[in-house]
Design a protein around this ligand. Structure first.
Ligand code: SIN
Length: 315
């Protein structure tokens, strides 16, 4: 059996609270990945190594941190004695990291992202099971010749290109926007296939992470969305540097308030690329004849922002 390298980045999985009964009252990113692994005797039978890449609440995720993560991933994935990677992450921006990495990796080895909805000090802490499942998935996927980015949460293995957080506190918080999980992992750690094959990785390579990212912002459509936010963004960009892209989180099938649409015409005239996604959790946005703005398919608005940044970089 070859090594699985576990990268620690913080999150609730590494979180602690003073009162174990107040599970919402804690600070993310307090325990090191080495401490988490050491506290799990079940993991000791597997050949793992740990690397602390960051120690953050993932609400504060940044391009800089993605660069650090990418550099470490490149280093570890290039090792012949490493069969897969596990990333311990926060749940809040997991879908953005998973989607970005899905677009970059070559898919020869598994990269398994996991997290927790309860801090390590909670009586019903889900981090240990998720971490154990993630290591097992990395080893089993490598044994089967499966690679690419997946997320392992609450017994589900989700495609990195589709996974998203769907619940703010439930332990069963993730899905793939209505798509099936790739596999389920039962309480005994047994793997059950749900689909015939894993999605192909984007395979763009790591070079985009060496660039300065273009500024892309997300704006929602809603009652009274009269374009004020678009005008404010354009005015700010005029003073502080270029706005390159806007992702609209539209209503329903990606529709936009007429006031917003009028303001977006001005943004386009200023060279801003506009894509449209939906603020609705499931179903996505398909393109229509005569579309003014590119439809983002089943990506969440946050994932679409990553996709538009990559597009503007020439990926
Ligand atoms: C975070 O995203 O880092 C905090 C919240 C969580 O992990 O559930």
């Amino acid at each position: 059996m070859q090594n699985v390298v576990i990268l620690g980045t913080g999150g609730t999985i590494a979180g602690t609270g003073a009162d174990p009964d107040r599970v919402w009252d804690y600070r993310a990113g307090q325990l090191s990945i080495a401490q988490l692994v050491k506290a799990m005797p079940d993991l000791a039978v597997y050949p793992t190594e740990v690397v602390q890449v960051a120690q953050v609440d993932s609400k504060d995720m940044s391009w800089q941190l993605w660069q650090d993560m990418g550099r470490e991933l490149q280093r570890q994935l290039a090792r012949d004695d490493v069969s897969g990677i596990v990333i311990a992450h926060g749940t809040d921006t997991l879908e953005e990291t998973a989607y970005l990495l899905h677009r970059l990796v070559d898919g020869r080895k598994p990269v398994v992202i996991t997290a927790a909805m309860r801090p390590a000090t909670a009586p019903d802490a889900d981090g240990p099971r998720n971490l154990l499942d993630a290591v097992r998935v990395a080893l089993e996927a490598a044994r089967r010749g499966l690679g690419g980015v997946v997320a392992v949460m609450h017994g589900g293995v989700w495609a990195g290109s589709q996974v998203r957080k769907m619940h703010s506190w439930s332990l069963d918080a993730f899905d793939a926007g209505g798509q099936a999980p790739l596999a389920l992992i039962d309480a005994q750690g047994q793997w059950h296939d749900e689909v015939a094959s894993w999605p192909a990785s984007g395979n763009a390579g790591w070079w985009p992470l060496n660039l300065t990212p273009p500024r892309v912002e997300i704006i929602h459509s809603h009652a009274d969305a009269d374009g004020w936010m678009v005008d404010a963004a354009l005015a700010h960009a005029h003073e502080h540097g270029p706005l390159k892209g806007l992702v609209m989180a539209g209503t329903g099938h990606g529709t936009l308030h007429k006031g917003l649409e009028a303001a977006l015409a001005k943004a386009v005239a200023h060279g801003v690329t506009v894509w449209r996604s939906s603020r609705v959790a499931r179903g996505g946005v398909q393109s229509r004849e005569g579309d003014a703005f590119v439809a983002c398919g089943e990506l969440t608005a946050a994932q679409a922002r990553v996709a538009l940044m990559l597009y503007l970089m020439g990926v």
